[in-house]
Each structure stands twice: as C-alpha cells, then as structure tokens.
Design a protein around this ligand. Structure first.
Ligand code: MN
Length: 232
C-alpha cells in the first residue's frame, strides 16, 4: 500500500494469518491468549500446586506467530524451553459465554508451541513483574495449520507428545487438561471480549526443557499431522 494514497501515515502492519490445513485459505489472527499451568504434572514440575487453582492467562502478540516450521533462537536467553500445546481458534466471540455454548465459538484447532525464555521469565517471576519478556518475543509461537472443527471435531482426549531429535520430552493426554477448552473460553470471556480471530494456547504437559540450535522438535497430537520445527 502506498501510504501517500491512504490516510495512514506509515504502511499498515501486515495481517497475521494462519494457514488452514489442506487449503489455500487463511485464518486472520486478532489476539493470542495463553493459559498457564493447565496440566497437573507440569504445574508440579514448575514448583506449583497441581490443584484446580483459578486459571491465569498471559498474551503473546499475533506477530509472534510463525508458521514456517523454523524457530530462530532468540536474543538475550540461554535457556529457551519448548511448551507444546493444543491451540484453539475462535470464529466468533462475545462476553460471558455460557459453558454449554463455548464450543460453538470454535473454528478449529492446531498444534502450537509456546516457546519461552525460561531464564528471563524466572527473573520476572522472582521480582513479581510481567512475563512478556519471557513469553512474547519474535517467533515465540510456532504453529501448525488450523484444522477446522468440522473436520476434526472438538478434541478432548488423545495423546499430546513432543520429541526433540527423536527423544520424547513431553508427553501427556488432552484429557489431563485441568481447565477444559469450554471452561477456558467461558472463563476468559468473563474478563475479555473474545472475538473472531482469537487464538488460545491451552497449556502444556510435563517435560518442558531447553532447546539448542539444530534441534528438531516434532509435535504430535492424536488426530493431527505431526508439526516439525527446527531451531535455527
Ligand atoms: Mn504455555
């Protein structure tokens, strides 16, 4: 776009859009929400109570998403962890969405990674400061293509597993989610006006660990194609 020919004083940022599996179609992204500690075994490994504590959320920026299958190792960290997650894509939203209606708002699902600068996140935790510097950095959200719910349904059970260079690192089952997908949507909508284009990363199973350049992460969720991401 020519900014001179429009009302914009600079070129507008590009729309971030996720591929839809098996098509040339795209899902434009509005917001990226992430829930923390949503598998008991992961809460335990991070030193927290695995009970059903009130869910909490943070956000990544839409332009942190990366659909290329590569993850450039980020600046200012020497302890970057993989967190493999089921991602929910909303086709519409609203506030105070009823639990029983929550899944009606879902367009589809994808396999994603909540890559984390764990050392920086840890420093922020210690000081009681926000997590953005550990969570919302360039390329921090690798994501596979979205599979429409009309094709895959609403997965609530099935293996979720991540291996690095063929060694299994993270393993769990979607049925171990502490807060289930409808509950996450209903709860979030009490605090935010959800809308079409929102993504929700639903939490990671136990086994988070560091990656180094050259590592190949293979993300598997039952029913989805494997999503492979190389650390470069
Ligand atoms: Mn996470």
């Amino acid at each position: 776009m020519d900014p001179v020919a429009s009302k914009y004083v600079i070129n507008p940022p590009a729309i971030v859009a996720a591929p839809i599996k098996g098509t040339q179609e795209l899902f434009p992204v509005r917001r990226v929400y992430c829930i923390g500690r949503n598998y008991a075994a992961h809460a335990l490994e991070m030193g927290h109570d695995p009970d059903r504590e009130t869910p909490f959320f943070f956000q990544k920026n839409p332009d942190n998403l990366d659909f290329s299958g590569t993850f450039p190792y980020p600046a200012k960290s020497s302890d970057v962890h993989h967190e493999m997650e089921l991602v929910v894509a909303l086709k519409d939203g609203g506030m105070n969405i009823a639990l029983e209606d929550a899944l009606d708002h879902v367009y589809g699902y994808a396999v994603g990674l909540d890559m984390t600068r764990r050392d920086l996140q840890g420093e922020m935790k210690k000081m009681g400061r926000p997590w953005e510097i550990g969570k919302a950095f360039e390329h921090s959200a690798p994501m596979g293509p979205i599979v429409p719910a009309s094709e895959i349904g609403h997965p609530s059970t099935g293996k979720i597993e991540l291996s690095v260079n063929s060694d299994v690192r993270q393993t769990g089952d979607l049925n171990q989610l502490i807060w289930k997908i409808p509950e996450i949507i209903a709860y979030l909508s009490e605090y935010y006006e959800l809308a079409a284009g929102d993504l929700i990363f639903s939490g990671t199973p136990a086994g988070v660990a560091a990656v180094v350049k050259g590592d190949v992460m293979v993300c598997q969720i039952q029913g989805f194609d494997d999503f492979e991401v190389t650390v470069i």
